[in-house]
Design a binder for this molecule. Structure first.
Ligand SMILES: NC(=O)c1ccc[n+]([C@@H]2O[C@H](COP(=O)([O-])OP(=O)(O)OC[C@H]3O[C@@H](n4cnc5c(N)ncnc54)[C@H](O)[C@@H]3O)[C@@H](O)[C@H]2O)c1
Length: 337
């Protein structure tokens, strides 16, 4: 059985379905600090067995011992963490406690129960400002927020555990910009309050929840002047986790890989693709650049393909179409009745 922490979150819920589709049994864990129990009902409707779900804080060692005692866990996919960069700047200690403290409790519980195989959610923000593009895994690491710092600490902690005990198998996956939703339109990204990411913001403009999109900067050194990012369909990302698990469980060694498409897409390109997918106009207003934003950022995903045989297959139109299907059917996210 695979333990999925953060199982009812955006990426966790899609990964639950991908693991299920790959014939793997899943035990889910989440404290609902950034997700809704409604996700479990949606997952069940899509065929997942959600009877093996535990509501718990991943930092609660006693709760983890109960989970490891109850189910035979062979490997862990660890998503449970907070991810809002700005929030992490405002509340750094909370982020270190939740993200780093949670991973310490989890890794200790794993060690105590003889389960030493983990897929860890890291982020492309560990690279900070890229010195060259596309960004390769051996690029300099310069996390520029407490959030990114918690992820780099997590990476290093797991590598140190492995150095001390070769039985550990660690896959560090550095995601670029996950977007989109499950093709069914029943699960997707449901940000609380104002979205921090571009695609959910655009989707909320399209559905009429927000009047317009503010585009921060149109004078970058990019083709149309707006910022360029590497958007990755969440279902491709979920399948990347299945590939990483198979790699580790097949006896191959630990790895650190980027998960991205390798293609940069500008804000305006994304807006136009979303307009095509939704048939709605997305009014935009150009605003000044935001401090800390970089002009362009995209992955070199070649190592993931070489080591895992994984490659993103869904294009920008599919990302927008799936995001729109989810948003149109669920204008208030999981609160939609
Ligand atoms: N979405 C992105 O853009 C992105 C990019 C790079 C990395 N990541 C990482 O991927 C992982 C999943 O991200 P997501 O987008 O699905 O976020 P999310 O907030 O939708 O999912 C995270 C889940 O973890 C849960 N959680 C948080 N702290 C917990 C705790 N202490 N105990 C139990 N559950 C807890 C939340 O309730 C939520 O359901 C996170 O670790 C995030 O840092 C996300």
């Amino acid at each position: 059985m695979i333990l999925l922490t953060g199982a009812t979150g955006y990426i966790g819920s899609h990964t639950w379905l991908a693991l299920h589709a790959a014939g793997m049994r899943v035990a889910g864990l989440d404290d609902f600090s950034n997700s809704s129990p409604e996700v479990l009902r949606r997952l069940a409707a899509l065929g997942a067995d959600v009877s093996t779900f535990a509501e718990a804080d991943v930092g609660d060692r006693a709760a983890l011992d109960a989970v490891f005692g109850r189910w035979q866990i062979e490997a862990v996919v660890h998503f449970a963490a907070w991810k809002a960069v700005g929030d992490s700047v405002a509340r750094p200690l909370d982020y270190y406690r939740n993200n780093v403290g949670g991973l310490i409790a989890l890794a200790e519980a794993m060690q105590a129960h003889g389960c030493k195989t983990i897929v860890f959610s890291s982020t492309a923000t560990v690279y900070g400002q890229p010195r060259s593009l596309p960004v390769r895994e051996d690029a300099a690491l310069a996390p520029s927020s407490p959030y990114a710092e918690t992820k780099l600490i997590g990476e290093n902690m797991l590598h140190d555990a492995e150095r001390a005990d070769a039985a550990w198998r660690v896959a560090v996956l550095r995601y670029f910009n996950p977007v989109g939703a499950h093709a069914s339109g029943t699960i997707g990204e449901d940000p609380r309050g104002t979205p921090n990411n571009l695609m959910p913001f655009v989707a909320q403009v399209a559905v009429g929840k927000r009047a317009k999109l503010r585009v921060f900067g149109n004078d970058y050194d990019t083709a149309d002047g707006t910022g360029v990012r590497d958007y990755l369909h969440v279902e491709d990302l979920a399948e990347g986790h299945v590939a990483a698990l198979r790699h580790l469980q097949g006896g191959a060694g630990s790895l650190t890989v980027n998960l991205g498409t390798g293609h940069g897409v500008s804000v305006l390109e994304l807006v136009r693709a979303f307009e095509r997918a939704s048939g709605r106009a997305i009014p935009c207003e150009i605003a000044p650049r935001r401090a800390g934003d970089v002009a362009a950022y995209y992955a070199d995903p070649a190592l993931a393909e070489r080591l895992l045989g994984w490659k993103a297959t869904r294009d920008l139109d599919a990302m927008c179409a799936d995001s729109w299907r989810w948003q149109a059917a669920n204008p208030d996210g999981y609160a939609t009745v």
